[in-house]
Write a protein that binds this ligand. Sequence first.
Ligand code: PAF
Length: 281
Amino acid sequence: MTLITTKKELESVISSFDKKETVGLVPTMGALHMGHASLVTKALSENENVIVSIFVNPTQFNNKEDLQKYPKTLETDINLLQKLSSAIIVFAPTVEEIYADALVTKSYEFDGLDKVMEGEFRDNHFNGVGTIVEALLLLTKPHRAYFGEKDFQQLQIIKKMVQTQQIAVEIVGCPIVREPSGLAMSSRNERLSASLRKEAAFIFETLNVAKRKFGTKSANVVQKWVVNEFQKHPNLELEYFTITNANTLKPILRKQKNIKYRAFIAVYADDVRLIDNIALN
Ligand code: PAF
């Protein structure tokens, strides 16, 4: 395991790679769990060299408290990665190393992908994500970069960003990894009490039933049903449930054949914000 913290060290490690070999990047904010492990495992199976970045990016947090509370567990993260492969390069820079003196966020044209759901509820979040992911891609020059489908909107936005910024990299989306209860794995799950963690399994249960209902009912009917179901769970506050075209992320107006749809959900369990999504067809 090689741990590096500066751009200079990173440059020197990258220049030592065999030019015939490929590089896979797994960008993370640390507090690693089995979802991250699945991305790293895929990256290891497809590339000779794998870089995992661990960086809690301040420009993508619209809420200061959320940023402060974000878990920082570098030692545990390194132990987890070490078990996957001792050849992994961990890049864990400081905020100053990445942003120097000013936390400047770039502005991107995401073709409306950023205007809905997470974009609607988290001001400037995706410009912050774009800024850091572009910076990491330019620093590490990977052939492939791996992202989880739990953040499906982020995945679509990153695909759009590399296209507009003309960055030669394959963006690889990886399936959501779930706890045995069905709850999507997230670093935030650690902040849930045992009873809320159990109750939060209701989110995925609801998505599954919504998927079944979507087979025969309109999006509007499914939407109303979901809102109603959450009213029976006062500990889980529904922020949004939306059915969209899976590619454009535009909310569905009327079901059409040959279009892929996806349902997205955001729920507060106490002050912990959980998101999830499911392919509907
Ligand atoms: O999904 C995340 O953990 C972050 O948004 C990412 C992609 C590492 C950028 O900070």
